[in-house]
Design a protein around this ligand. Structure first.
Ligand code: TXA
Ligand code: MG
Length: 345
């Protein structure tokens, strides 16, 4: 049932060509996995599920293939992408060095939602790393992702499978909504269990630094490798442009509130202005849209909920921020970005 459209590998570069691609959603089976692997090997793009969010994959060792990711997403070339491997032993394909801290963290958290930034090897094209000397690597904990990478036999560069600055996808239909007509194939592996993107940790300096918070918290990392810094370094080689401002945003404006009372007040103000707001919160007894009062379960449902509310029924999504505590750091980070107004890609 798989269309010939992606089997022959359409390689969209220009916008007009991207629009011309037929996008196929394929349920995962041996046949679709092998065909998807063939697409990757031939330089094409495949969207696939991981345990965090859906990724948009290309052969990480093929600069032309990776450039198609940037074209399909409308992603600025200054934002490097993560390279996915099927096993820790494959890091040698893309890393020039593997610091002890990387080895310790990979040993404990891989496969899983942890991305490690290390010196890149010469085999990694500059487009993957935005011209920088480091490469971000992750071994995903999802049977479809690992089977695809293994079958393709190449490391797979994959950002989240959405147009730049939009919400990340946690279901195949979210990918379709954002990239329909721009990519040939989506492997549908059902909802992603994690729900938000991996924790990105730079291990090139003496002390590891969290560049993007995720489900693996600072405390979990520190239990393995000692103290870690948090936040992008002010200077230095490692950059994480994905940390900047607007990102992960629904089309409907998101407004944040610190308390239930503030959320209600914002809601009333919107209504008085003739707008249709909805309040999203995890606090018992308040909020018209309730998310679980537990960081991992909240993360799992966050993007799916925002996708669902972003269908034109509302003019404002008023989100009551969960408490400013370490276990909520990743969720709060994504909410702050969803509400950011400036556009950095
Ligand atoms: O869970 C995830 O990480 C998902 C799945 C598909 O694996 N991927 C993902 O990719 O979220 P993306 O491109 O949406 O976010 C990658 C983040 C960005 O913030 C980017 O700037 C950062 O990783 N990054 C990539 N390479 C880097 C590098 N060499 N140094 C510093 N940051 C890097
Ligand atoms: Mg992304």
């Amino acid at each position: 049932m798989l269309a010939a459209a992606y089997h022959s590998v359409v390689v969209p570069q220009k916008l007009e060509e991207i629009r011309a691609v037929e996008t196929v959603i394929a349920p995962v089976d041996d046949d679709s996995l092998h065909r998807a692997a063939e697409v990757l090997r031939a330089g094409g793009l495949v969207a696939f599920p991981t345990e965090t969010v859906y990724g948009l994959g290309a052969n990480a060792l093929d600069a032309a293939a990776v450039s198609r990711i940037f074209a399909a997403k409308g992603r600025p070339a200054t934002n490097p992408v993560i390279v996915h491997v099927a096993d820790s032993s494959d890091v040698a394909l893309v890393a020039a060095a593997w610091p002890d801290t990387a080895a310790q963290l990979a040993q404990r958290f891989w496969p899983g939602p942890l991305t490690l930034v290390v010196p890149k090897s010469a085999s990694v094209p500059d487009i993957v790393t935005a011209g920088g000397p480091t490469v971000a690597i992750r071994c995903p904990d999802h049977p479809v992702a690992r089977a695809l990478i293994r079958t393709a036999g190449v490391p797979v560069a994959a950002p989240s499978a959405n147009r730049s600055t939009e919400l990340s996808p946690t279901r195949a239909e979210h990918v379709l909504k954002s990239l329909k007509g721009r990519i040939p194939l989506i492997l549908d592996g059902g909802p992603c269990p994690g729900g938000i993107e991996s924790t990105v940790v730079d291990v090139t300096a003496a002390r590891p630094r969290i560049l993007r918070p995720g489900l693996i918290t600072a405390a979990m990392l520190e239990a393995v490798c000692g103290p870690v810094d948090v936040g992008a370094a002010l200077s230095g080689v490692a950059r994480s442009p994905g940390l900047m401002a607007k990102h992960y945003s629904p089309r409907t404006p998101v407004v944040l509130a610190s308390t239930a009372a503030e959320a209600e007040q914002l809601c009333r103000q919107c209504q008085q202005a003739g707008l249709r707001p909805i309040v999203v919160s995890c606090e018992a007894g308040s909020g018209q849209c309730r998310l679980p009062n537990d960081p991992a379960r909240y993360a799992r449902e966050l993007y799916a909920t925002l996708h669902e509310l972003d269908d034109g029924r509302f003019d404002r999504l008023i989100v009551q921020l969960p408490p400013d505590r370490p276990e909520w750091a990743a969720v709060r980070d994504r909410l702050l970005r969803a509400a950011a107004k400036n556009e950095n890609g």
